[in-house]
Every structure is written in structure tokens, then in C-alpha cells.
Design a protein around this ligand. Structure first.
Ligand SMILES: [Zn+2]
Length: 144
């Protein structure tokens, strides 16, 4: 019980830090999985540099967009660009493509429902494919 309590305290402490701990997990589309608590969102950069999110339940069963709210900010050397998303079928797709270039940070703010506490995820945008795991570099799982 004491261990559980300690774990809960650690969890509480870590969740107060601005960014959620990102242990890299890749989804079925080889995108980066983000744990939103009650659902998981898979960050994926399309060929046209738009971002799309597919959603899954805890057992990784695909699910439709039920109220997830996602925004992103591209932090390029030239400044910050806010990216908004809209529902397209079962995906949340960015209304605008990512700014040009690679190597900059993309901060994703996501919540499982409009009332949920937002979670922040920081991604270093590298779009080449990792030769070892075959995932795009932003979803590379090799460092586990
Ligand atoms: Zn890899």
C-alpha cells in the first residue's frame, strides 16, 4: 500500500511538470502514440505535411473522434505557428500544413474531451524514415 501511495505521489509530481513523459510508442500507421488518458491519439505527418490524428481506445481499437480536442504549435526558428484541427471522417486533420523545414519542435496540446485537462507533447520534427525500425524518425522506437 505504501508503495502504491509513493507511486501515486510520484505520478502527481510528474504530472505537474509541463510536459507528459514521452516513452515512444508507435501506432498502426507508424505514427507517434500519445496517451490522452481515456484514449490514445496517433500523430502522423502526411505527405503534404498536414498532421492527422487517428484515435484508439486503451486496447488500441480504432475509434471515431468523440470529443478529443487537439491543437499544435510549430516552433520554427522564424516564430511560432499555431495549427488547428478539424474532424475528417475518423481523423482529426490539421487545417494547415506544417511550416517548411525540419528539426524544429512541434508542441501538441491534446485532451480526450473538452472538459479534460490538456496534455502537452513535444515532438522534434524529423521526417526521414528510420532505417532500423522503419518508422518516421519522430516515431522512432529504437531508443527503448
Ligand atoms: Zn528507429
Amino acid at each position: 500500500m505504501k508503495t502504491l501511495l509513493n507511486l501515486l505521489i510520484i505520478a502527481a509530481l510528474t504530472s505537474t511538470s509541463a510536459f507528459a513523459d514521452l516513452k515512444v510508442k508507435a501506432g498502426p500507421r507508424r505514427g507517434l502514440l500519445m496517451d490522452l488518458g481515456t484514449s490514445q491519439a496517433e500523430f502522423f505527418v502526411e505527405k503534404d505535411r498536414s498532421i492527422s490524428f487517428a484515435l484508439y481506445d486503451a486496447a488500441m481499437k480504432p475509434q471515431p473522434v468523440t470529443g478529443e480536442v487537439i491543437t499544435a504549435t510549430a516552433e520554427t526558428p522564424g516564430g511560432k505557428t499555431k495549427i488547428e484541427f478539424e474532424k475528417k471522417g475518423d481523423l482529426l486533420v490539421s487545417k494547415t500544413p506544417l511550416p517548411e523545414g525540419v528539426g524544429y519542435q512541434v508542441v501538441v496540446q491534446a485532451k480526450a474531451s473538452p472538459e479534460a485537462k490538456p496534455k502537452n507533447f513535444r515532438i522534434k520534427l524529423q521526417l526521414h524514415t528510420c532505417e532500423k525500425c522503419g518508422n518516421p524518425e519522430y516515431a522512432c522506437t529504437c531508443d527503448e
